[in-house]
Design a protein around this ligand. Structure first.
Ligand code: SAM
Length: 330
């Protein structure tokens, strides 16, 4: 069986493809205020060829991201093509999408029909006014909520909501998100803020940690931990009556690098082995120069071997990643 493995013995199974670094939101903790592209976008057939080679090497899950992936026309067709790929076990790779949800309501069903399995929607507040202040786009909340509901109707279950918490900014939303998870029957996952923003405002004090999230949620309702795979990035919790699920992704206070199974392709076709990589690897340039699939596969295998052991967030010698989140693909 193909198995893409790094020098630390980790199997690489998850591929994230950023299909654009443009975004229609300008979230205050992510962008400087612009929403334009900094890097190129490739034709879908180029991402498809890369994905096909990577699935042949052992990738079983593909997540489309950006920038905002729903800004790219042709995404439904792209998902349909990805859904035709087969893993070594003869299965369709699992296909997922991370989106801000602004354009999701109309396209959730077509994406599902094309072969999308799951969707994660980013929301950093569950009140419309706060939502607008964070995204710097008026009236987005209603559109995103419609997108979440349309996704559930389309059977993209369970819909996951990702919320990045920043101290002094939206940590007062924690209990409201608990309520939201129960009312909308979605999985809400809180993510610790990482130093990957354009404005470089990160400090350890801004991060709202796993322990704090649990204690704030307990003021609303207590959470019980759900047994989970060690390799899962999120710690999972449920409320005592079983309605609503909460996840906490804690790369800063509880790093999970030892279980990382991810590799990324940026919108301009560079391979990245870690969010915090200080360099990337130009797969597209090799393709453009006419490399065969075999040569590209060899290149990928060599790059993956050198995947970083772990990130160094919060350590004295921390070197910022060579790209910020929106230009990598979160
Ligand atoms: N536009 C899509 C979206 O909003 O989901 C996909 C790209 S966005 C960069 C992916 C995710 O990264 C979002 O949930 C966003 O909140 C998160 N994110 C952005 N900057 C982050 C940071 N510095 N630390 C942690 N998460 C971050």
């Amino acid at each position: 069986m193909p198995n893409l493995t790094d020098n630390f013995g980790r199997s690489i199974r998850d591929l994230r493809i950023s299909i654009t670094d443009r975004c229609n939101y300008k979230c205050v903790y992510c962008r400087t205020g612009t929403n334009g592209a900094a890097y190129a976008e490739l034709p879908f057939e180029d991402y498809l060829r890369m994905a096909r080679i990577l699935v042949g090497l052992g990738i079983t899950k593909i997540r489309l991201t950006g920038g905002e992936p729903l800004l790219r026309r042709g995404i439904v067709e792209f998902v349909r093509e990805l859904a035709k790929l087969r893993t070594a076990h003869g299965r369709k790779p699992e296909i997922a999408l991370t989106t801000n949800g602004h354009l999701l309501a109309e396209i959730a069903q077509p994406l599902k029909d094309a072969g999308l399995d799951r969707v994660t929607v980013s929301m950093d507040a569950v009140d419309p006014e706060r939502f607008a202040r964070i995204t710097r786009v008026p009236n987005g909340y209603e559109s995103v909520l419609s997108g979440v509901r349309a996704s559930r109707r389309a059977g993209l279950d369970p819909v996951k909501i990702n919320c990045v918490l920043l101290r002094g900014f939206n940590e007062d939303q924690i209990a409201n998100f608990g309520k939201f998870a129960r009312e909308e029957r979605v999985v809400v996952r809180f993510i610790e803020f990482m130093p990957l923003e354009e404005d470089r405002v990160w400090t350890p004090e801004i991060v709202v940690t796993l322990d704090e999230i649990l204690s704030r949620m307990a003021e609303y309702l207590p959470l019980e931990e759900i047994a989970h795979e060690r390799s899962e990035t999120a710690r999972r919790y449920r409320f005592p009556d079983g309605v609503g699920e909460i996840g906490i992704i804690a790369p800063v206070s509880h790093p999970f690098c030892g279980h990382c199974s991810r590799i990324r392709i940026t919108s301009d076709g560079k391979l990245r082995t870690c969010l915090f990589s200080v360099w990337d690897h130009d797969l597209h340039e090799l393709m453009r120069r006419g490399a065969t699939d075999e040569k590209l596969a060899e290149f990928i295998v060599r790059v993956v071997e050198k995947k970083e052991e772990r990130h160094h967030i919060g350590e004295p010698g921390f070197v910022p990643a060579s790209r910020t989140m929106v230009h990598i693909g979160g």
